[in-house]
Ligand binder design. Structure first.
Ligand code: DC
Length: 218
């Protein structure tokens, strides 16, 4: 039977920490809805870039956030376009704008509080899910990994499409993004006080998933 209040699992952490994989697998394991909230910021950034506007411009980000079309996000060709390094950097810039964040906040809360297909819960991954979007989440996990390890993972993902991309460039981009995401004044990336920390630096995907599952089931 579906409980009245959906169970929310918040999975936060920096880029390439493994949070997306863990969140997706937790959602599968419990048959909950899954929302990659970074994709929302990426879609806004993509729209801003497509219009040749500046991702650091607050009005451009807000316009794109208000026009966000959730139905388009699932298409494989859209996902590939949103997952590039360029869009990730622009997403971090649009995500620093308070009005843009406010416009996206309700979309996230609506999905968490009324998961699609009548699912009994939702797993959201991002930067501020446990602190701002769903501070009431039943379970909170903050996933980390050393930045060199994250850079190597991200480089593995991206260099097939972009053979000129160097590991050093990916590392520099991640460091800049970590700084921007955690130093911004509105909803900075940080672990909620009641979050469990999970460092995936020296864990395989299976080990990290087992650890995340244990945190949720404990
Ligand atoms: O998780 P990701 O790399 O796809 O996220 C892209 C950017 O979006 C990230 O650098 C910061 C921003 N973001 C955010 O500010 N808050 C979230 N909940 C999710 C992402």
């Amino acid at each position: 039977m579906k409980p009245d209040t959906p169970i929310i699992i918040a999975v936060d952490g920096p880029a390439a920490s493994g949070k997306g994989t863990l969140a997706r697998r937790l959602a599968e394991r419990f048959d909950y809805a899954y929302l990659d909230t970074g994709l929302l910021y990426r879609a806004v950034a993509y729209d801003v870039l497509r219009r040749h506007e500046d991702p650091a411009n607050a009005a451009a980000g807000l316009r794109a956030a208000k026009a966000l079309n959730l139905a388009m996000l699932g298409a494989p060709e859209t996902l590939a376009a949103l997952r590039t390094g360029e869009v990730g950097t622009a997403a971090s810039l649009v995500a620093a704008q308070p009005d843009t964040r406010r416009a996206i906040l309700q979309i996230q809360r609506d999905i968490a509080n009324a998961p699609p297909e009548g699912k009994a819960g939702a797993v959201l991954d991002g930067r501020d899910i446990g602190t701002v979007v769903c501070p009431e989440a039943r379970h909170k996990i903050f996933v980390t990994a050393r930045v060199e390890i994250r850079a190597a993972r991200r480089w593995q993902e991206l260099h097939a499409q972009d053979p000129k991309l160097t590991l050093q460039a990916v590392l520099a981009d991640l460091q800049a993004r970590d700084h921007r995401d955690s130093a911004r004044t509105t909803a900075p990336m940080r672990a909620a006080q009641d979050a469990h920390l999970l460092d995936t630096s020296d864990l395989s995907i299976e080990e990290a998933f087992a650890a995340a599952l244990a945190l949720v089931l404990h």
